[in-house]
Design a protein around this ligand. Structure first.
Ligand code: NOJ
Ligand code: CA
Length: 562
């Protein structure tokens, strides 16, 4: 059971093939290069790789504009290379999930070409059309400031087509049963080639009603159950990790009351409040965000992340809170994007301050859910704000001090390697950090190792332990008669806190530090006193000194319970 629900205690590493490792010197990362780096990823300890889109694509939205779902883009290799890659992953016990981008296709996809060729085309109804310019043609853009409209005129067929994203990404008519059947077929294809599931792109838009008269799209949640059912019939342990930046009150619609819809969702709500907590030193709104996103079915799981390949969307915060985060982490216009977010990588946002970086990642590993790292995070890579839009945080992986950071032998790069300033590859690279026991890379490896040994986080129920200090967040997890406790100080100054664990048995007495020798013993009133340094954090397990020996590993939970 524990291992079957592998995603509950996984550590996911997300990467795009094109920027990871180039094997043939053409300046573009490829599957062969990535396969050669699997031992590195295995050593880091990650248990699953999330691959961003790698299928044939004109590449106008970094692959999120697919022109053939059943292929590997030639620049990255062949289907054969893909299978070698998944095989290499399985040999090392690493699972692979891939992006499933089915809200829209590229305008170069043969389906769209066919659909626009004539109103009588059998593919016409695969997309969303209007005879006249819809009244809301300039509303609902996802990329405000860059994207001009959501409906664009098609000269050939003298009508308008709908696109929630850029105009080269026409929306599929996902209510059409033929389109739905094709989505399942795409899933089935990649499952057969060895993947363990999908990061499903833009889920609220996939399931929304679409059309010229739709002013308030309605989510057709039943569709999610159809995806889930198909997946489970084909491959019992395959999952969907949904990208759905939705309000907490709709979370359960996505998970399904009976846990029959999405297995995982990214926790955007916690993500934004986490950045607010780091910007303000006040952890209370984060604690509140954790509480409202607590309800979920026993088999469901949150995906926890800090930064991803998109901008840090701050749309959920109040105006005041958002202003605080902008001021702290993205004060200049060039750092901001789409009127709502920050486009930088985490390390430059936090001023390269190791204490703050450790605080942030320690939280990512210990907040309720499964951590999702982004390539380059493990060495604290930087960004290049001279690149347009989100590309600034998509530069090639920095492997060594060799030319082009050892990523490629070519000088013709789409996104150049960062070669200047404190984040240039001569300062920030894997080879140097590998040799330094105190490096970010080795710290990350140690944290991942410990995270995997504390399944209470992924499986357990959490409660917030009162510390009476707004800057200090203490979270307790309970699972199968084991408890773990994590304490984080969001303030830059030291804090002294007193708290009781509250288990009411002998496990209250000793808190065993999982990361160092400084354990904590309760006073005679059962209280623990902790002195936390600025941005300090502690990982504890309660009970005996042999902290890795869990107390009742073989208990089988009653059905329906975590
Ligand atoms: C969400 C992806 O994360 C983003 O990168 C992409 O541009 C849009 N979906 C459209 O596919
Ligand atoms: Ca290449």
């Amino acid at each position: 059971m524990i291992d079957d629900l592998w995603y509950k205690n996984a550590v996911v590493y997300c990467l795009s093939v094109g920027s990871f490792m180039d094997s043939n010197g053409d300046g573009i990362g490829d599957f062969r290069g990535l396969t050669r780096r699997l031992d590195y990823l295995h050593g880091l300890g990650i248990t699953a790789i999330w691959l961003m889109p790698f299928q044939a694509s004109p590449g106008k939205d970094d692959g999120y504009d697919i022109s053939d779902y059943y292929s590997v883009d030639q620049r990255y290799g062949t289907l054969g290379d893909f299978v070698e890659f998944t095989h290499g992953c399985h040999q090392r016990g690493i699972r692979v999930i891939i992006d499933l981008v089915v809200n829209h296709t590229s305008d170069r996809h043969p389906w769209f070409k066919e659909a626009r060729s004539s109103k009588n085309s059998s593919y016409r109804d695969w997309y969303v059309w209007s005879e006249k310019k819809p009244a809301n043609a300039n509303k609902g853009m996802v990329f405000p400031g860059v994207q001009k409209a959501t409906w664009t005129h098609d000269k050939g067929s003298k009508s308008w087509y709908f696109h929630r994203f850029y105009d080269f990404q026409p929306d599929l008519n996902t209510s059409n049963p033929h389109v739905q059947a094709e989505i399942l077929k795409i899933m089935g294809f990649w499952l057969q080639l060895g993947v363990s599931g999908f990061r499903m792109d833009a889920v609220p838009f996939v399931i929304a009603t679409k059309g010229p008269k739709v002013n308030k799209p309605v989510e057709q949640y039943d569709m999610l159950r159809t995806f889930r059912e198909f997946l489970q019939w084909r491959k019992g342990d395959a999952i969907v990790l949904a990208e759905a930046n939705v309000l907490p009150e709709t979370d359960m619609e996505y998970f399904g009351d009976d846990g029959d819809r999405m297995h995982m969702m990214f926790n955007f709500h916690v993500n934004q409040h986490l950045f607010y907590a780091m910007a303000s030193g006040d952890a209370r709104p984060l604690a509140a965000a954790m509480k409202v996103t607590k309800p979920r079915p026993a088999t469901a799981q949150w995906g926890l992340f800090l930064r991803n390949h998109d901008e840090l969307d701050l749309g959920r915060l109040t105006e005041k809170q958002r202003a605080k985060v902008f001021e702290a982490f993205g004060p200049e216009k060039s750092m901001q994007l789409y009127d709502r977010g920050i486009r930088r990588r985490l390390a430059p946002m936090l001023g390269g301050d190791r204490r703050r970086l450790e605080l942030a990642y320690s939280l990512m590993y210990t907040l309720p859910g499964t951590p999702v790292l982004r390539y380059g995070d493990e060495i604290a890579m930087g960004d290049n704000l001279a690149l347009p839009e989100r590309n600034c945080a998509r530069t090639p992986m920095q492997w060594s001090t060799e030319p082009h950071a050892g990523f490629t032998k070519s000088a013709r790069l789409k996104n150049p390697v960062i070669d200047k300033g404190p984040y240039g590859y001569d300062h920030v690279n894997v080879a140097m950090q590998r040799r330094d026991p105190d490096s970010m890379l080795n710290w990350t490896e140690r944290m991942i190792r410990m995270r995997k040994e504390v399944p209470e986080i992924g499986w357990g129920d959490f409660s917030i332990i009162p510390t009476r200090d707004p800057s200090v967040l203490a979270i307790r997890y309970d699972w199968r008669n084991n408890s773990a406790l994590f304490v984080h100080n969001f303030d830059e100054g030291p804090r002294e806190v007193t708290f009781v664990v509250g288990l009411d048995d002998d496990r209250d007495l000793h808190l065993i530090n999982l990361l160092s020798e400084s354990h904590s013993r309760a006073d005679d009133r059962g209280r623990h006193h902790l002195m936390l340094e600025g941005f300090g954090y502690r990982w504890f397990r309660t009970g005996g000194l042999d902290y890795l020996l869990r107390r009742s590993d073989i208990d089988v939970p009653p059905p329906g319970r975590k």
